[in-house]
Write a protein that binds this ligand. Structure first.
Ligand code: S3P
Length: 195
């Protein structure tokens, strides 16, 4: 078992003990699932690094996601996304938030399934909830320009997210902090409390 640095809760220090083989936690789910928000909180609680795949891709290409779609088209964006994923999976002690479409690609799914020490977590919610959340955010998402097509993508991707994930959490009734609590509770060892 590896223990992470302690987080203080009230008068008790809680140490989250993770399985020793675990090197990275990967958050997947559709746009609006909360992957980046939850990923940051989770990384903070574990004292791990946080990496957002879209941001990683943007810094590697020096272009925003909407620019990549507009300049090169979705197919080229997906190839760049795959390369960025392979690079991101080289990191340890990292919470990685995928893009909503990352698991559509078979090579990406194989990378995620076959990279040792990698546990994928699916943040699930119904499409209308996700769509409403996205409408409240100021993030350029070319895929949402056609809502009906976005819903079809959601339906196509949902079984892929489910199959890929070792843990699925239904988030529609949870705050991001509650989602992190639920995930930590489901990792195989309960937190050890030191009075
Ligand atoms: C996409 C989701 C986006 C981003 C790109 C394409 C998708 O990431 O990768 O706009 O195909 O669902 P988020 O899920 O972080 O918004």
């Amino acid at each position: 078992m590896t223990s992470t640095r302690p987080a203080t809760e009230a008068n008790t220090t809680v140490v989250h003990v993770l399985p020793t083989h675990l090197r990275r936690l990967v958050l997947t789910g559709f746009m609006g699932a909360g992957k980046s928000t939850i990923g940051r909180i989770l990384a903070d609680r574990l004292h791990w690094d946080f990496l957002d795949l879209d941001a990683h891709l943007e810094s590697r290409t020096n272009a925003t996601i909407p620019q990549l779609f507009a300049l090169h088209g979705e197919a080229r964006f997906r190839r760049l996304e795959s390369t960025a994923l392979a690079s991101a999976l080289g990191r340890s002690n990292t919470v990685l938030a995928l893009g909503g479409g990352t698991p559509e690609d078979l090579t990406n799914r194989l990378l995620l399934e076959q990279t040792p020490g990698t546990l994928t977590v699916f943040l699930d919610a119904p499409f209308p909830t996700l769509f409403d959340r996205c409408m409240l955010q100021d993030i350029g998402r070319p895929i949402l320009e056609d809502p009906a097509a976005a819903q079809l993508r959601f339906e196509k991707r949902h079984p892929l997210y489910l199959r890929l994930a070792g843990i699925t959490i239904e988030t529609s009734e949870l705050t991001p902090h509650q989602t992190v609590d639920s995930l930590l509770a489901r990792l195989d060892t309960p937190p050890v409390a030191h009075p």
